[in-house]
Design a protein around this ligand. Structure first.
Ligand code: ATP
Ligand code: MG
Length: 563
């Protein structure tokens, strides 16, 4: 890429506009969520694009609540959206607006259209309007009310607002062209009666503008220069432009469309998310299994990793379905650098080191980050009884199993090499503990013996470890496109979360929001259910290749120790 080439077609277009003088002055964008649900990963794309483009051009971005439909909107959603945008790392600095802030101006614009004979009050029923509209292959038909006089239209429209009519009795429509090949131009409704209170304007209005009318004009009123929206609005652009052509506001915004972000195995329809939340299928909008920003925050996804993911996905006009692995790679890459390492055992199996003194406790030194020595080390207690991972022992092990097996040896990370001497079982034949012996000459970092074994496993000291609840997440759906099935319940994964009682090293404190549990993955303290008595951790993401890594680290550390 040369210096003048931008990363995507929208940034390129804006750069070209500025270079050629087609665009003069600051770049102003907006992110216009409807407060009828929480934001999801798809919205993150729009947020990063709108705020990013403005930031790069020293412009500004409005956070504008599209609150034109008072029946579905609530203050709770407004607050949640603000929280999420801020968390993602963006700031609207005094540019917080609502479509409803412009209701007076929009009303005046509607009157202006009536005065220009470009809008009329229609008294057909919703059903009739639909029938008159025609289809893709069949032109529409004029409403019998299309010829109403200017005076009659003004009178009826004002009385609609005065509350004289019931919902649905009349609507105001733009007078464009009932035979247009673009159905959006077949006299679209611009105002409808809704006799309900509005969260921002109270009982002031009995009529509310339609999205298509409110949106473009709000852009114009606000001084938005580039109105960036998703592809489904491409067919609405002629209407967007028509309103601007008729009303000629001093600022003329330009609409450009890009493709939505679709993430495999994630649901990004607010309507379906609402169903899951309202029916209690998930634990609220911030359920860590959801691809909502609140859910991802609770899960422990770093906002910087989400921004990195969005940048990698890029902005195009092509429809796409992005693999979950792409998002997870961004998360891993971020946490691999950011997160300190700790040890925890998810499914504990007790081992007793029979040749280790009963009363003795010593400490071993553990590094906090394999590639960031500035993060220092910590001391871990080591004693006669330890917990190791149940899966790190096999009684009937295949030849290539390099963890613990009867008669076999393994290194305990940061500590000693041990050998499994005895497998102790209860009456029903279940393994209850392993008796092992350690080689005192093999303490990590002591340099006394350079004896090597193939496997290294993690552990915690049984008497010192703390209990914790750990939630191991899997995908919420069993199919890559859960949104395409009308029944949102059908493809739910019954095993999307497994809760285990883990043992964690004692040095793990509440300050460690996100850590890597060695060999297991990245975990973060749950911000909702956490308590002093029982910390709760969410698994953020697994390690892809934990084995190769741990082996390399083991070699590195013992090389460091021996040099
Ligand atoms: P719904 O889910 O109800 O269809 P919506 O996704 O359009 O609603 P809005 O609140 O209207 O939700 O969206 C705000 C902005 O976010 C819009 O400009 C919209 O284009 C953008 N947006 C929504 N979903 C995505 C997505 N998956 N990818 C990119 N941008 C999106
Ligand atoms: Mg929308």
């Amino acid at each position: 890429m040369t210096e003048n080439e931008k990363t995507d077609f929208i940034r390129q277009m804006i750069a070209d506009d500025i270079a050629t003088g087609r665009h003069i002055g600051p770049v102003v964008t907006r992110f216009p969520p409807e407060p009828n649900g929480f934001l999801h990963i798809g919205h993150a794309k729009s947020i990063c694009l709108n705020f990013g483009v403005a930031e790069e051009n020293n412009g500004r971005t409005f956070l504008r609540f599209d609150d034109t439909n008072p029946c579905k909107e609530s203050e709770e959603y407004v607050e949640a959206i603000k929280h999420d945008v801020r968390w993602l790392g963006f700031n609207w600095e005094g540019s917080l607006t609502h479509a409803s802030d412009y209701f007076d101006q929009l009303y005046d614009s509607a009157i202006q259209l009536i005065n220009m004979d470009k809008a009329y009050v229609d008294s057909l029923s919703a059903e009739e309007i639909r029938k008159y509209r025609g289809t893709l292959t069949e032109v529409g038909k004029d409403s019998p009310y299309r010829g109403r006089s200017r005076e009659e239209n003004l009178d009826l429209f004002q009385r609609m607002q005065a509350g004289e009519f019931a919902d649905g009795e009349h609507v105001l429509r733009a007078k464009i062209d009932m035979s247009s090949p673009n159905i959006n131009l077949r006299d679209p409704t611009i105002y409808r009666i809704r006799k309900i209170s509005h969260q921002n304007t109270g009982d002031k209005w009995n009529i509310y503008p339609m999205y298509d009318f409110a949106h473009g004009l709000s852009d114009a009123f606000e001084g938005v220069t580039h109105s960036l929206c998703t592809l489904e609005f491409e067919d609405h652009r002629p209407l967007y432009d028509w309103f601007l052509d008729q009303l000629k506001p001093t600022n003329r915004p330009r609409q450009t469309e890009f493709s939505r972000l679709n993430l495999a195995y994630a649901l990004t329809s607010k309507r379906k998310l609402t169903t899951l939340v309202e029916e209690g299928v998930v634990d609220g909008w911030d359920d860590p299994r959801l691809a909502t920003l609140a859910g991802m925050r609770r899960r422990g996804y770093p906002p910087a990793a989400i921004r990195d993911f969005i940048a990698r996905v890029g902005v195009t006009k092509k429809e796409n379905l992005i693999e979950m692995g792409v998002l997870e790679n961004s998360i891993r890459e971020n946490l691999n650098y950011e997160a300190e390492r700790r040890m925890a055992v998810m499914k504990p199996l007790k081992i007793v080191i029979t040749n280790y003194p009963d009363e003795k406790t010593e400490t071993v030194t553990a590094i906090n980050h394999p590639s960031r020595p500035e993060l220092g080390t910590r001391e871990l207690p080591f004693s006669r009884e330890l917990w190791i991972e149940e899966s790190d022992f096999m009684e009937e092990a295949p030849r290539k199993f390099f963890r613990l097996k009867p008669g076999g040896e393994v290194r305990l990370r940061f500590a000693y090499i041990i050998r499994c001497d005895d497998v102790i079982k209860n009456d029903s034949g279940q393994i209850i503990e392993l008796h092992c012996s350690y080689d005192p000459e093999t303490r990590s970092g002591s340099g006394s013996s350079d004896r090597r074994v193939k496997g290294t496993i993690h552990w915690v000291s049984a008497q010192h470890a703390h209990s914790a609840e750990v939630r191991l997440y899997d995908r919420l759906f069993t199919v890559p496109q859960p949104g395409s099935d009308p029944d949102v319940h059908k493809n739910l994964n019954p095993n999307s979360v497994e809760v285990v009682k883990a043992q964690i090293e004692p040095s793990l404190s509440v300050q460690d929001r996100s850590v890597q549990f060695e060999r297991l993955g990245y975990f973060s303290l749950d911000i909702v259910d956490h308590s002093q008595e029982l910390p709760v951790f969410n698994r953020i993401v697994t390690l892809r290749d934990s084995w190769a890594k741990i082996e390399r680290q083991a070699v590195m550390i013992s090389n460091q120790a021996n040099s």
